[in-house]
Write a protein that binds this ligand. Structure first.
Ligand code: ADP
Length: 446
């Protein structure tokens, strides 16, 4: 059998030609012997053509009525083709079977997934979706081939899909049920394909809102009695009461002030988390003028701390944003550099447009630096590297958390780099879209 297979696989056109030459020679010899050379060659050629046509017919019939393991043994060439075709058909059947198993597994997997999954092409046209997408997004079979933005109508989702600087995910209210919050991720895969996942995050969103509301309510409730206590303490300290220990009174005032700052920061943070910036609060901000304002605000503290503050940029550069919030974020970073980097430290302020057209505002100090395991935790609420020093400086541990939220509201990010004994760099990175055009004259107010 092996020998036969080898023979089949070793088929070559030379064998065919050799046979043809042998039969032709026999025809010539016979023709020569019977003295009918032309007639003999003609007869041979006719028989040969009929043989070729017949074997062709047999082979075509076999191809059209192909059945596995049904073979033809008409011509060696056919045996060779049949054997190869049989092998290819076998491979194909095996691959088809594997695909069927994979398809079945994928369907079972996607059906059991609680998240809705939609496959779209590079024009965001729907290609496929799982069962969860039918329930969560009310998609139907006829929606295949339709743009996803025609099927899920929500301004935040539309902005997310159309954005050139797309964040990793978007959270929006379900277009079908107003009390359902959906979080969607867009992941590129394969060639020109995207996987869109949709998760119902209503529960965690609700819990998060409850937590934020609780903090806001408690802070609000504490604010009023604290203002009263603070007022009385100030009155007592200003009055000429001889039987009151001034040291104790100063401590009470200091602690009451600390609590007041903390409550104000907590309220500020909850407000930043709970609300979007109203469009009317956006205006072009000249970073050059803003830096001057920051220097004035920090003049006293930097003088006491003997800092050398260098401004490395002197250009008019405008970003679109809320002046109040951006000022508060940058001031926080500059005050931190003054308060925590150490006495007499050089601080550099710079801003520029990166190659990616992002606007980067950076505050760099050459001070004590921050341990690497603390860098990632700096924007957590109440996180302080040196609790004692922060408390002494009147810090609440909420400053960088506020900065991070302000940057989020401007679709930007806060990047922190720091090395012990070398210093720290806090960079606010604003997206390309925040770059604003405005002449220096028209922004005189900022
Ligand atoms: P705080 O209200 O305590 O200032 P922040 O969130 O602004 O809170 O800062 C968190 C902590 O990060 C600070 O307590 C301080 O330990 C550390 N930190 C911030 N900026 C710097 C800096 N430039 N150099 C060293 N440490 C810093």
């Amino acid at each position: 059998m092996k020998e036969q297979n080898n023979k089949i696989n070793n088929y070559s056109i030379v064998d065919d030609l050799a046979n043809l030459v042998i039969y032709l020679a026999i025809a010539i010899i016979i023709g020569y012997l019977v003295n009918e050379l032309t007639f003999s060659i003609l007869i041979f050629l006719s028989i040969y053509i009929v043989y070729i046509l017949y074997s062709q017919y047999i082979f075509e019939r076999w191809i059209f009525n192909y059945q596995k393991n049904k073979s033809i043994n008409y011509h060696q060439k056919h045996q060779y083709l049949v054997s190869n075709l049989n092998q290819s058909f076998e491979d194909l059947t095996e691959t088809k079977l594997k695909f069927k198993i994979l398809e079945k597994r994928f369907k079972e997997l996607s059906a059991s997934m609680p998240d809705a999954v939609v496959v779209v092409d590079n024009n965001f046209v729907t290609d496929w979706f799982n069962d969860a997408a039918i329930k969560m997004l009310s998609l139907k079979g006829i929606d295949i081939g339709r743009p996803i933005l025609h099927l899920i109508r929500n301004p935040s989702f539309t902005k997310f899909i159309n954005s050139s600087e797309r964040p990793s995910n978007v959270t929006f209210t379900s277009p079908l049920k107003y009390d359902v919050t959906i979080q969607s991720f867009l992941v590129p895969y394969g060639e020109n394909r995207y996987l869109l996942t949709f998760r119902d995050v209503s529960e965690s969103d609700h819990l998060d809102k409850m937590r934020r509301d609780f903090v806001a309510n408690v802070s609000h409730e504490l604010k009023t009695p604290l203002t009263v206590i603070f007022g009385y303490l100030e009155t007592i300290s200003l009055s000429d009461q001889k039987n009151i220990d001034q040291g104790i009174l100063d401590q009470m005032l200091k602690q009451a002030k600390r609590m007041d700052v903390m409550i104000s920061d907590l309220l500020k943070l909850t407000k930043l988390q709970n609300t979007n910036i109203p469009e009317k609060n956006f205006s072009p901000i000249n970073l050059k003028n803003l830096v001057n304002e920051l220097l004035i605000a920090c003049k006293h503290k930097s003088k006491i701390n003997k800092n050398d503050i260098k401004v490395l940029t002197n250009d008019d550069l405008y970003i679109q944003g809320s002046y109040e919030e951006i000022y508060s974020a940058f001031l926080n970073l500059l005050l931190n550099a003054i308060m925590y980097s150490g006495s007499g430290v050089t601080i550099e302020i710079s801003y520029f447009v990166s190659n990616e057209k992002e606007v980067i505002f950076s505050i760099k100090d050459y001070g004590v630096g921050i341990p690497s395991d603390s860098v990632d935790r700096l924007t957590e609420r109440f996180y302080r590297v040196d609790k004692g020093r922060s408390r002494e400086q009147g810090g609440t541990g909420l400053g960088l958390s506020i900065v991070k939220h302000i940057m989020n509201r401007h679709e930007g990010t806060l990047k922190i780099k720091s090395s012990i004994s070398e210093g720290s760099q806090f960079s606010c990175v604003f997206p390309k879209s925040s770059l604003a055009m405005k002449s220096a004259k028209s922004s005189s107010n900022i």
